[in-house]
Design a protein around this ligand. Structure first.
Ligand code: ADP
Ligand code: MG
Length: 404
């Protein structure tokens, strides 16, 4: 199972001596003091950065961070300074941060670069023109460089100035991370080793209708857990107590069950809690839980995890699989007591021998936190982007790159 990206990559083009603008996704989580709490996204971009530096490019990195609101204090709050520091540590060389991504200060920093040197431009979203894909802004950004590389898979589903607009003014190719993401995700969808099993969970059916529709046409089995499962159970006429119900999607679930019911595996038992454990101020130790059949969810209780019998059935389905795609946790994994089902699935994937691909922000975080990251074939760095990819949509940041 493999597909080749039909776009040019950094290896297809001479980079030596060129000013190369690289769109990376350094949108890292930070704590209140600005400390980076997870630097996965920075580490994921290192292969491309190191290749460019080694091959004598003048590397200009551009990224967004958070969602600046266009206020003067944004420059302090949304600065990429902590990222420049962490990147310097990871590369073992000082990476300067240019105070702006366009204009005289950016130009000065860029024209000072020697071959093999690198600079990071300040947060591109400090300019509202970025998200509007403003052409003048894109042209200014592009004018800094002779070549553009998109390695920001996580924002490839957005047509912004730094992901799409720039390619109207400077030729664009893919970086290694972009290539890897597309080849793994695309390989699973286009040429999966069978049986092909997908596992979906998370909160709302509505967010994943496109993914369900797209996957149903491709997979041999679709396992549904998480909060999403309760809307399907309700569609089957079951009582779901206070479990999360996505009422707008009930008809969709009924239709899916009627047309593809034999492909779909739903929970047969679940863990329910006597109150909402996510409610602020709830004393978690006092939350009472029970494991019940899906035919006996008590009134007033809400589903928080799949039950042990379900975890076993789901694990069985994964066991013989050739390819497994997983999106969405099986329960409220943020609370350790309710991470049992999610952990069981991570274990099942790890033990399966299948090609295992995890997409979705929370799913990737769950697999990391539970300690299974090294045992998956591929964990996508793009939450929204991986979902849109699984829906079969074309990503504007990829479409804009040069064909092979
Ligand atoms: P992803 O980011 O991987 O696409 P989602 O954002 O759709 O996943 O869903 C993740 C969230 O789903 C987690 O915060 C988790 O707590 C929640 N969740 C899973 N199962 C339940 C449940 N039974 N009740 C409430 N929330 C749930
Ligand atoms: Mg999420």
């Amino acid at each position: 199972m493999s597909v080749k990206l039909n776009k040019k990559t950094i290896e297809d083009i001479e980079v030596r001596g060129k000013r190369v603008l690289v769109r990376v996704d350094f949108n890292v989580p930070q704590d209140k003091s600005g400390q980076i709490t997870d630097d996965r996204r920075i580490r994921a971009a290192l292969p491309t950065i190191q290749y460019l530096m080694k091959h004598g490019a003048k590397t200009i990195l551009v990224s967004h961070l958070g969602r600046p609101k266009g206020k003067p204090e944004d420059y302090e709050k949304y600065t990429l300074k902590p990222v420049a520091e962490r990147l310097s540590e990871l590369l073992g060389t000082t990476v300067e941060l240019a105070p702006d991504c366009i204009g005289p200060q950016a130009e000065a920093a860029v024209y000072a670069l020697e071959e093999g040197e690198i600079v990071l431009l300040e947060n591109v979203r400090l300019h509202p023109e970025e998200e509007k894909n403003d052409l003048d802004f894109a042209e200014k950004l592009a004018s800094l460089a002779q070549l553009y590389v998109n390695d920001a898979f996580g924002t490839a589903h957005r047509a912004h100035a730094s992901t799409e607009g720039v390619t109207k003014f400077v030729p664009g190719v893919a970086g290694y991370l972009m290539q890897k993401e597309i080849e793994y995700l695309g390989g699973a969808l286009e040429d999966p080793k069978r049986p092909f099993v997908a596992i979906l969970g998370g909160v709302k059916v509505k967010d994943k209708i496109g993914v369900i529709e797209s996957l149903l046409g491709k997979v041999d089995r679709l396992l549904i857990g998480g909060a999403m499962a309760y809307t399907f159970l309700k569609a089957q006429g079951k009582e779901i107590g206070n479990s999360i119900l996505d009422a707008d999607s009930l008809d969709f679930c009924k239709n899916v069950l009627a047309s593809a019911g034999d492909k779909i595996l739903l929970p047969t038992d679940v863990v329910v809690a006597d109150r909402n454990p996510m409610e602020p101020g709830v004393d978690l130790d006092s939350v009472q839980t029970r494991t019940v059949s899906v035919d006996a969810i008590p009134a007033g209780y809400q589903g928080v995890d799949i039950g042990p019998e379900t975890a076993k059935r789901f694990a069985e389905a994964v066991k013989g699989a050739g390819t497994v795609v997983w999106n969405g946790p099986m329960g409220i994994f943020e609370i350790d007591r309710f991470a049992v089902g999610t952990r069981a699935m991570a274990q099942a994937l790890a033990d399966s021998g299948a090609v295992t691909i995890v997409g979705g922000g929370d799913s990737a975080a769950a697999v990391e936190e539970l300690g299974f990251a090294d045992r998956m074939t591929h964990i996508s760095t793009g939450g929204g982007a991986s979902l849109e990819f699984l829906e079969g949509k074309e990503l504007p940041g990829v479409v804009a790159l040069q064909d092979k």
